[in-house]
Design a protein. Structure first.
Lengths: 231, 227
């Protein structure tokens, strides 16, 4: 056990490895979180359409569930066949994870937007809010608690799924797993797992902070109109 | 490329054995995971003991990288099958646990009070009132576990496990994209088919009253929220 810890410390104190780890973490963040940002934008867009055209709600949710069912490695491999990218291109991972994030977020967003009380909408309209401004200033902020709950799930699962990309040669912390495996060095894998978990924890904490920042009315001691929807 | 993949797909002899292997390991792991997680979830849900630990644990597990878990376990255990089963069970326990626990949590207190009022014992309340009410969410958890298993069994081909992941990993090794595409399409189809199958089982087992209440209520989550 002492030897094992020693090998990890030796690995971590090598400046070359430090550089490599830093690059991997950076790439991991970008591969995991860029899709979350895209996913939020798409889910809000689809949610906007879904609440205005009621017939679209069920099909949107169904397609979302279906896409979410496809295993990540399979999607990483199928995408290049559909969009014509090369298989080792990191863009495949970004697109695949964007699909998952959108699929995960779209239903809660539609539900949250659909559950804004009618009198709130009526008051906003009476105050002179036009539909687009009302959406961004009233409906969307009320959906923030639901949106952050979904975003926390999406970013945690993306951060863990990016590692699978190492199997098709896309970097990030997953390279530590394939590398540690082929060299028979469990210490490297442990470093990868710990860094992944730390990354997920940090991002989760930041999202909780963001939610606090964006929902001042919930701090006033009353529950918000959308409060019942919190997951 | 597509034509070559279609040719593979039209030749069941090429992949049928892999599908069987994949399904077998998925169900072995799911069975073991339910065996571990269901009683534990019942215990936590009934007594409320360890609920915070459980919620924190299931959330943290979501970020655990499957590839890291599987490669690490392999280097320690040096046995493909044992590693794969253990790794898969570890990943399938949290969703089943969360599903059982939140299923019990979803029971209205008034309902259990009423059950007690008509003279039901604790065991009767659990088996005849709470569990039937919990079934939709419980099934949500089991289906999440199933999807996680199908996906991870694919990844475990990297450490030598059979199943559809073989087509992906072997195809990549020899630069045979059609073979990879075949494996990927079949994995996706398998996941969808198994999920639909479990959805059908769910529809058949959820008591009509519970299904009606769920449909009439505020569309409470059966799939996403217990994840």
């Amino acid at each position: 056990m002492g030897d094992f810890v020693d090998t990890i410390i030796r690995f971590l104190s090598n400046p070359n490895n430090q550089d490599r780890l830093l690059r991997m973490v950076t790439q991991h963040v970008y591969l995991a979180l860029l899709p979350v940002v895209f996913g939020i934008v798409f889910a809000i867009g689809l949610g906007w359409i879904g609440t205005r055209v009621p017939g679209l709600r069920t099909p949107t949710v169904m397609v979302g569930n279906l896409l979410y069912t496809v295993p990540s490695l399979a999607l990483f491999v199928i995408l290049p066949g559909i969009i014509g990218t090369r298989i080792l291109n990191p863009i495949n991972v970004v697109i695949a994870l964007t699909i998952y994030s959108t699929a995960l977020l779209v239903r809660p967003v539609i539900d949250a937007l659909g559950s804004v009380p009618g009198d709130v909408l009526a008051s906003a309209t009476a105050m002179g809010y036009r539909p687009v401004r009302r959406f961004f200033a009233v409906e969307l902020p009320l959906a923030v608690p639901v949106l952050t709950a979904g975003t926390r799930v999406a970013s945690a699962s993306n951060i863990s799924m990016v590692s699978v990309g190492a199997l098709i040669g896309v970097g990030g912390l997953g390279v530590l797993f394939t590398d540690g495996y082929s060299r028979g060095f469990p210490g490297e894998i442990v470093i990868g797992i710990v860094l992944t978990l730390l990354l997920a924890l940090t991002v989760d904490f930041l999202l909780v902070l963001l939610r606090w920042w964006f929902t001042p009315w919930q701090r006033a001691g009353r529950s918000s109109p959308a409060g019942g929807e919190q997951v | 490329v597509i034509a070559a993949a279609v040719e593979y797909l039209l030749d069941p002899g090429f992949w049928l054995g892999r599908v069987v292997e994949h399904v077998r390991i998925t169900f072995v792991a799911l069975g073991l995971a339910i065996l571990v997680a269901f009683p534990l979830g019942l215990y936590v849900g009934e007594t409320g003991r360890g609920a915070t630990v459980l919620v924190g644990f299931t959330n943290a597990m979501r970020a655990l990288p499957t590839l890291g878990l599987v490669t690490f376990l392999y280097l320690i255990l040096r046995d493909t099958y044992v590693t794969a089963v253990l790794g898969l069970v570890v990943l399938a326990v949290p969703p089943v646990l969360a599903g059982t626990y939140s299923g019990l949590q979803a029971c209205d207190e008034g309902v259990t009070d009423a059950a007690q009022g008509v003279g039901m014992s604790r065991w009767q309340r659990l088996s005849r009132v709470k569990l039937p009410i919990a079934t939709p969410i419980l099934f949500g958890g089991i289906r999440n576990a199933l999807l996680q298993l199908v996906a991870t069994a694919t990844v475990a081909a990297y450490i030598g496990l059979g199943g559809l992941g073989r087509l992906l990993i072997d195809g990549l090794a020899v630069q045979d994209y059609p073979q990879m595409l075949t494996g990927a399409v079949l994995t996706a189809l398998l996941a969808i088919v198994l999920d639909l199958l479990f959805a059908a089982v769910q529809r058949a087992t959820v008591p009509t009253g519970v299904a009606l209440a769920a449909a009439g209520g505020t569309q409470s989550d059966t799939k996403g929220d217990n994840e």
